[in-house]
Write a protein that binds this ligand. Sequence first.
Ligand SMILES: [Zn+2]
Length: 518
Amino acid sequence: MSAASTARRACVALIPLVLTLFLAACAAGGGTGQTETTPTHAAVESTAPSGTAATSSGSTAPSETSLSGTQTTGTTYAAASAGSPGGGDPYFASAGNGGYDVLGYDITLDVEPDTGRVTARAVVRATALQSLSMFSLDLVGLDVSSVLVNGTAASFRRDGQELKITCPQVVEGDKQFSVEVSYSGVPKGIKNGRGWHRVDGTIYTFDEPQGAACWFPVNDTPADKATYILRISVPKPYMAVATGVLTSTESHGNLQTFVWEMKDPMASYLAGVDIGDLVEETSTSKKGVAIRNYFDPKVADQARRAFARQGEVVDYFGTLFGPYPFQVCGIVALNVDIEAAMENQTLILFGRNKLDSGVGFLAHELAHQWLGNSVTINRWKDIWLNEGFATYASWLWYEHTDGWQGLQAEIDRSQRELKASVGQILSDPGAGDLFHDFVYLRGALTLHALRLEVGDDSFFRIMRAWAERHKFGNADTSDFIALAKEMAPQVPEADLDSLFDRWLNQPELPSLPASRAH
Ligand SMILES: [Zn+2]
């Protein structure tokens, strides 16, 4: 996601952007309460208790309660249990779920842009990480009409943002299973502008960190990446675009269905859908990256100017972080105001109000395709690995085009701004300050401090290895520190431990180290 500060040379009055997100509240908001639906054609009554809390970390969180019991069908639950209703993220206790790992989402959305109504079906393929008697998906609002598990009707109930599903038959550990959820309604955004939005005939999603559950049932943690198929039907002449590659367009009377496939793993907060009056523009970067953008005709000229160097930036980052990771590189520019740009995987979202923000702003979002999208955090507290890294990448772009002075100007400006941020801890900024300026600026300065400490050769080896070793995967701050030690053996480990501790864990803004000659 962009911060205002990434846009050097943007508008004159850059008010420091503080995207204060009180998203803890979203976990309880928008749910449909405690309703229960039991399919009439399958008498299923589970004795599995519903969970109350996550007990361990990760999408691999095991059950919170073991049980032995029987279903009314007589099937014995041999140690089957309920998957945890939380993914273990300390910032968002209800987000994500335990007991399974999603392989792919196949989501069909019939959208009526004029009313906002969506009629949808989501098929979620997953692997059980334990023997499951029940499990949860995250879904905020919307009416669920049926749930099938492996093709058999399942009972379910809503509890806040949890869609708690009782398996009609125990799903064995390590086995793949499918869940089909039919649902409908008018998706609502959650607090602070996240989720599904409909403005003046334009629809877009902006999900970081917790908006995806507003429009599809999801294991809403970045730790559980998956493939996606989005089949979106809209009336003509609307166009529906999404993250991934357009694999087919079909016409059915007045409706058109656009099918978008993301075959590379994607975190749920990076899945994007945009609907409106859009024109496609395709090109290829000099180094062969396929570019496909979608612009609202009303902002197309402005967007073309704003993104004129898209291919050049992507090619430059390819020299730093390895080849562009995905099949296509795209941007959608909409004729609505959006508070920030968002790096949705292969289809960056820009509102018209961000089109004059400058090439550094664009570079930040493009860098996220490697740093955040291909290499993804497990826990939101590690957000500096996204925002600090993308910010530093945009500084590297300035260094590339303007020389050392271009980089130095960013360093000086950041140090000035950060003097107001004393007391904040980069390694644990808190759920409300995930997208605070200090995460972006201090995160970028942390990388610069590392660069000065280890020297350019080691630093750029570290950055490239980071993007290549964790490509399409997840990684934590501890992985980055270990990689830095491995790639810079000439620096005593104690020195690196000290550097990272000062920059990540201490409230005071450290001085940059003197450059070492290596
Ligand atoms: Zn960002």
